[in-house]
Design a protein around this ligand. Structure first.
Ligand code: SF4
Ligand code: SF4
Length: 73
């Protein structure tokens, strides 16, 4: 059975300049979508992200942004 991929109109992305690596978003994410990219910065895996916005509302420095999908990839 072919897996149907859910399509979203937006993605969440982490601004590495604003991010202070506090790990709050990683703890909040229940879908294992937040990871540490190249051992340097937090990033969001669009494939796993269910757009629940938990990280977006939890980030203390507003480093997570909502962007249209076309611009996110
Ligand atoms: S929006 Fe939800 S699923 Fe996506 S990275 Fe943030 S907490 Fe995880
Ligand atoms: S919660 Fe915000 S500041 Fe903390 S690691 Fe995530 S993106 Fe960076």
């Amino acid at each position: 059975m072919a897996e149907k991929k859910k399509e979203y109109k937006w993605s969440y992305v982490i601004d590495p300049v604003k991010c202070m690596n506090c790990a709050t978003c990683e703890v909040e994410c229940r879908d294992d979508a937040i990871y540490i990219k190249d051992y340097e910065a937090y990033a969001i895996n669009e494939e796993n992200c269910t757009r629940c916005a938990k990280c977006y509302t939890a980030c203390p420095v507003e480093a997570i942004q909502r962007v249209p999908v076309s611009k996110a990839s």
